[in-house]
Design a protein around this ligand. Structure first.
Ligand code: GUN
Ligand code: ZN
Length: 428
């Protein structure tokens, strides 16, 4: 028989989507318990009930810290770890000045191994247990990331970034090599332990129609894979797409016409959407990924979280490291709150926590495996200290309920608020 562990603390889980069902969708236990065995949650309830039902379990008592599902970051570029917080550019400039020169280095497997390890160590410190990452055009950059995640027992999604134009020498593939290398990586990795492959055309400006078509047909061959790309991030980017694809009805159409629009598609940023684009994205149930720190850092615009959620879109939230200025999902939630204030309405703490866990898991079509505390789910957890600094503690001590106690940590917390991160049933 395998050993059980009983984690005690406050617990937060979701019975439904709080954007639809309201704050009551959240379930909070002041003295809760989570029983973990073999990498899964096997029981959940009050601390007293869990102690009584699982007397042999090893107890880890987190006091009044808050146990939640681990954070799910639905859009990152692990190869941009080393150039995060680079000053002064907008999207296309930023790609050419900072991103492409750095991504060039990932043909060196040893460098890709080193950055993969650094990235996964840093994000674990921030309570991030799953992420969907872009790699570079080099298949080695994908092997490096998946091997590092596999060694940690971590559920991750990633793919080889495909680009065959408007990128420098040394950072372009072709329609055929993009197809062949992506297919070989799918065969090597997709569904191995906790690894999933995402077909990854970077964005329309860096792929020819021939490459988009090739990747559309690869997706049709492997419809269980996710497909990740960028959509309508900056207005000058959108104007460039219109020049490059004069026949396209809009930006989304440059994907749609090549078979790259679908329910398992993830569209990063999605800020400046036309009505037709919104309608199509909702009809197919595609995932829109909000990257708030990136959208403010690169100067892209304000994602309409309140409006898009009310319209029934599938939305996840992400750091977009390293266009985003942080590895932290607390910081990402804080930024989403601030953007909500400017764009539409304040997003409730329950909605923010749902987005950073179950919402992002749902965008990744993994909501039955990760992103919530419930029996049968994989045991990826984060334990939050709601009094991690004097600044936060002096505010949260006045709280009348969980949300008032938690919101200062969302707005002001950093890695000091992450008391523990559990991946695959183990504290890391
Ligand atoms: N659009 C195309 N590539 C990228 C990228 O690496 N980061 C961001 N933020 N937008 C992109
Ligand atoms: Zn991105």
């Amino acid at each position: 028989m395998c050993a059980q562990t009983l984690l005690l603390g406050q617990t937060l889980s979701f019975a439904a989507n709080p954007f639809e069902a309201g704050v009551d969708a959240a379930h909070h236990e002041t003295h809760g318990g989570v029983v973990v065995e073999n990498g899964r949650i096997v029981a959940l309830g009050s601390a007293d009930d869990m102690r009584a039902a699982h007397p042999a379990a090893e107890v880890v008592d987190y006091g009044d810290k808050l146990i939640s599902a681990g954070f799910v970051d639905a859009h990152v570029h692990y190869p941009q770890t080393g150039i995060i917080a680079s000053w002064g550019k907008r999207l296309i400039d930023w790609l050419n000045s900072y991103t492409f020169p750095e991504e060039m280095r990932f043909g060196d497997r040893a460098y890709a191994d080193q950055i993969s390890a650094t990235y996964l160590d840093l994000t674990a410190k921030h309570g991030v247990t799953t992420m969907a990452s872009y790699c570079t055009i080099h298949p080695e950059s994908v092997d490096a990331f998946f091997e590092a995640a596999q060694a940690r027992g971590q559920r991750v999604i990633a793919g080889k970034t495909c680009m065959d134009r408007n990128a420098p020498d040394g950072l372009r593939d072709t329609p055929q090599s993009a197809f062949d290398n992506s297919k070989a990586l799918i065969e090597r990795w997709h569904g191995v332990e906790r690894i999933s492959y995402a077909i990854t055309p970077r964005f329309s400006p860096t792929s020819t129609p021939e490459q988009l078509e090739a990747l559309g047909s690869l997706w049709a061959e492997h419809p269980d894979c996710l497909m990740q790309t960028h959509l309508s991030e900056q207005t000058d980017e959108i104007a460039w797409v219109a020049e490059l694809f004069p026949d396209a009805r809009d930006y989304l159409d440059t994907y749609e016409k090549f078979g790259l629009l679908g329910e398992k598609g993830l569209y990063g940023h999605a800020i400046h959407l036309e009505d037709r684009e919104k309608d199509r994205l909702r009809e197919v149930g595609a995932g829109l990924i909000h990257c708030p720190t990136s959208n403010t850092f690169i100067g892209s615009g304000l994602f309409d979280m309140g409006g898009l959620m009310a319209a029934g879109q599938r939305v996840g939230i992400a750091s977009d490291t390293g266009g985003g200025s942080s590895f932290s999902m607390l910081r990402t939630m804080a930024s989403a709150y601030e953007v909500g204030q400017l764009r539409h309405r304040p997003i409730h703490a329950a909605e923010l926590m749902w987005l950073a866990t179950q919402g992002s898991a749902r965008a990744l079509h993994m909501e039955d495996k990760i992103g919530n505390l419930s029996v049968g789910m994989e045991a990826d957890l984060v334990v939050l200290d709601l009094e991690s600094t004097p600044e936060i503690a002096q505010r949260s001590v006045r709280a009348n309920d969980l949300w008032e106690a938690l919101f200062p940590t969302i707005m002001m917390g950093d890695d000091r608020a992450i008391a523990a991160t559990w991946i695959n049933g183990k504290a890391v």
